[in-house]
Ligand binder design. Structure first.
Ligand code: PLP
Length: 425
């Protein structure tokens, strides 16, 4: 079906931006949106408007942070009030301690926190803490798990040649202390653990790799093995924190890490991240053995935003998580059912408030299955959906927020039905 979808404003903006802004975007993946990276002028609740005036139901949510949707009242009020008093002090201010207390109240394993600005940064802080606390060097990570763009964790080409840099310009030496294991394979982890492993870093639910869940037995056995080895277990909850439950994946799964990395939803759209964990391990920061620096660490506006997010989620939990579960379940169901038997069959894996869709496959259970998916087909399909008023990430992660409504899902069902017509034989 032909839909009139004017993207001329986005197109001319992208041309202009590309002249002086490298790749025309501020984070590489945004350039992959088809037919053109859309330029947005406004967001409110579950909706986005682009510079051409098109309205979209947003399931990208700025790549995850917008757990309360775009510009929720609670956040606007808290941030505006803080802005009037000062945006950032580069010094202590009372909201920092209040936020650390709120994190320790809500995240089961958290006793002590340290703030940074992005998930990437906080992962590096956690690794440094683990190395200092253990006096060891190596880090184990898992195939398909994403932990930011820094050289030691941004790996690709996991095939027979082993891990390789994920980007041009990376220092291959930076990954010399990184060991990659298979997810949900206890034998793989067991054989990689030795007396020089400082940290085992994992997404407790591997959302980036495909929303791939490990078994309960695996997580428990892995936690026990890591502790027995004297290594630090780090949960990267940058996506799952405050999203899959108030206390994150660790609360939902009943397995506690030693350190947790938080980001995205913590700030509700403002750049703030945290490492939170056992006080005896965080002691290496507390007693200054580990240098923890950053001009914007604990920036007042971002801290005010994070406090507003936690306060609001505490107010509406646990019911809100049942709702996020239902919303993502309905979205996944619509995507799978509507595309069944078409030339764009989708398989969707999900957890509370988040999912991961794959095109060209009917089921995804493990990392190897994700390699069978047709990434280009999915990208093209997201362009079709865009023309029908649905905004998705060009790679398959799906997010819903507390602002999404059943009416949004009704609209989405119709839009997907219309977009799928051209894929029917
Ligand atoms: N860890 C996980 C699990 C992520 O999904 C991401 C980002 O997508 C990061 C770390 C890096 O966070 P940021 O993009 O805020 O640097």
């Amino acid at each position: 079906m032909y839909v009139r979808h004017d993207l001329s404003g986005s197109t001319s903006y992208f041309k202009r931006a590309s002249r002086h802004l490298a790749r025309g975007v501020s984070s590489g993946i945004r350039a992959e949106q088809l037919p053109v990276p859309v330029a947005f002028s406004r967001g409110s609740g579950s909706a986005l408007w682009d510079v051409d005036g098109n309205r979209y139901v947003d399931y990208a949510l700025a790549y995850g942070p917008l757990i309360l949707g775009h510009s929720p009242d609670a956040l606007v009020a808290a941030v505006s009030e803080q802005l009037r008093r000062g945006s950032t002090f580069g010094a202590n201010h009372p909201l920092e301690a209040e936020l650390a207390e709120a994190i320790c109240r809500t995240v089961p394993s958290a006793e002590m926190c340290a703030f940074s600005s992005t998930g990437t940064e906080a992962v590096q802080v956690a690794l440094r803490i683990a190395r200092a606390a253990t006096g060891r060097r190596k880090v184990i990570k898992f195939l398909g798990h994403y932990h930011g763009w820094i050289d030691n964790v941004n790996l690709a080409s996991y095939g027979e040649t082993g891990p390789a840099p994920g980007s041009g310009g990376q220092d291959p030496a930076a990954m010399s202390s990184t060991v990659v294991c298979d997810w949900n394979d206890i034998g793989s982890l067991r054989s990689a653990l030795d007396g020089d492993v400082a940290a085992v870093l994992m997404e407790p639910v591997n959302v980036d790799g495909g929303c791939l869940h490990a078994t309960d037995e695996y997580l428990r056995a892995a936690a026990a093995l890591v502790r027995h080895n004297g290594s630090v277990l780090i949960f990267d909850e940058v996506i799952t924190g405050y999203r899959v439950s108030l206390g994150g994946a660790q609360e939902k799964l009943g397995v506690q890490p030693d350190l947790t990395v938080l980001g995205k939803a913590l700030g509700g759209g403002f750049p703030i991240s945290a490492v939170a964990g056992r006080a005896d391990i965080m002691a290496v920061v507390a007693d200054a053995r580990v240098a923890h620096a950053g001009t914007y660490n604990g920036s007042a506006v971002a801290v005010a935003a994070a406090l507003a997010v936690i306060t609001e989620l505490e107010r509406i939990a646990p019911e809100v998580y049942h709702r996020l579960d239902k919303l993502i379940g309905r979205l996944a169901g619509i995507l799978e059912e509507t595309t069944k038997g078409t030339r764009v069959p989708l398989a969707v894996r999900r957890d509370t408030g988040v999912g991961h869709a794959f095109a060209g496959v009917t089921t995804v259970e493990r990392y190897a299955d994700t390699l069978e998916a047709d990434i280009e087909l999915y990208r093209r399909f997201t362009a079709d959906l865009l023309a029908h008023g649905i905004h998705l990430m060009p790679k398959g992660i799906l997010y819903v927020s507390t602002a999404h409504t059943d009416a949004d899902l009704d609209f989405t069902a119709d839009a997907i039905e219309a977009a799928v017509r051209r894929y029917r034989n």
